[in-house]
Design a protein around this ligand. Structure first.
Ligand code: SAM
Length: 329
């Protein structure tokens, strides 16, 4: 779901503006994310930092998490409470250092307020080649496997063994809406397959090649192909750097490996004559990412045409995850 991310101090002003414009979705709860507030929107609106977030329906939570914790945690610490993610019946919350001593209290409050949530994990940094988060159980049953749903796609996954973010759902829908009939799509870093599954379900591609180096991610992708009846997805375990050489020329390439996708540009440019690319990258400034694409394109005598760009989500106080769509030929 779409949300407008605004500074906490300015939240009330923006809430009123968005309400007056009729774009604030009053059926959903406002969410907190450190120094920011996320305001649920009915539709995308210009002039705002738009993010993807699973807002909780109002009726599901009679009391906000902050209210529930107000007598249990010092109010200055409460302001540090960030937005949590729900993946199926699992909640994942990142806690600032001050809040870690209260982790179990926070976990129990989350369980109490959200009957559909059975398990709460504290999420720490996302590390390593497989981009798997370090997690710690803070309340509920110790179950790491769950089924997440978005736009009619069901995704089975184990949050302790694979990467997954519910905050990219709108982005996946956007990409699926661009795919034309009979396209060949390459999902170079597919994880459990959220992009591939969404495209297979909502568009009519001929084939989708979905590669991941994490064997467990591809194990879940295979299960999800069956679960969603997406027979045109070809799952491949391996390093994309090598695997793409054995794949027919795609019309569209998804490069969702924000920390190091640029290291793979050279492989893509040297393997294929032309294609459309959806490129995700973490950076302090989108111009750095575009510069890197242009430089790499030049090295391979490729013409680069930028088509679209957007901030997908914030990554740290000073960096964002950007998506840049471009053609190369
Ligand atoms: N696209 C998926 C999604 O949206 O959930 C996963 C994105 S996650 C940021 C990046 C994925 O790339 C991880 O699942 C990781 O295992 C995989 N990966 C990392 N290096 C890789 C490589 N060299 N070749 C193939 N997959 C790789």
């Amino acid at each position: 779901m779409l949300g407008a991310k605004v500074y906490r101090e300015e939240a009330e002003k923006h809430r009123k503006i968005l309400l007056d414009m009729g774009v604030l979705d009053i059926n959903f709860k406002i969410a907190y994310d450190g120094d920011y507030i996320l305001l649920p929107l009915k539709e995308e609106i210009k002039g705002y930092n738009i993010v993807d977030y699973n807002f909780l329906p109002i009726e599901k939570r009679k009391t906000s998490l902050r209210d529930a914790l107000s007598k249990k945690i010092p109010s200055s610490y409460l302001l540090k409470l960030r937005a949590f993610d729900t993946i199926g019946n699992i909640a994942l919350i990142q806690l600032d250092d001050e809040l870690i001593p209260y982790k179990n209290v926070i976990g129990e409050a989350l369980l109490e307020l959200n009957p559909s949530i059975k398990t709460v994990f504290r999420k720490d940094s996302i590390e390593g080649e497989y981009r798997v988060p370090t997690i710690e159980l803070i309340a509920g049953e110790c179950e790491t496997e769950t089924v997440y749903q978005e736009f009619g796609v069901r995704i089975l996954l184990d949050i302790s063994k694979v990467y997954f973010s519910p905050r990219l759902s709108q982005e996946r829908k956007r990409i699926a809406s661009l795919v034309k009939k009979d396209e060949i799509v390459l999902d170079m870093f597919c994880g459990v397959g959220p992009f591939s599954l969404m495209i297979s379900k909502r568009a009519e591609p001929k084939r989708i090649y979905a590669i991941d180096i994490n064997e467990t991610a591809v194990y879940y992708l295979k299960k999800n192909i069956v679960l969603n009846r997406c027979e045109n997805i070809i799952p491949i375990i391996g390093n994309s750097r090598n695997e793409i050489k054995n794949i027919e020329s795609p019309n569209r390439i998804i490069m969702n490996l924000p920390h190091s996708a640029s290291d793979f540009l050279s492989d893509v440019f040297s393997t294929y004559h032309k294609s459309k690319v959806h490129f995700y990258s973490v950076s302090e400034d989108i111009s750095f990412v575009k510069k890197k694409i242009i430089e790499e394109g030049k090295r391979h005598a490729k013409k680069i045409d930028f088509i679209f760009e957007r901030t997908v989500k914030s990554y740290s106080p000073h960096s964002e995850i950007y998506c840049i769509d471009f053609d190369f030929s």
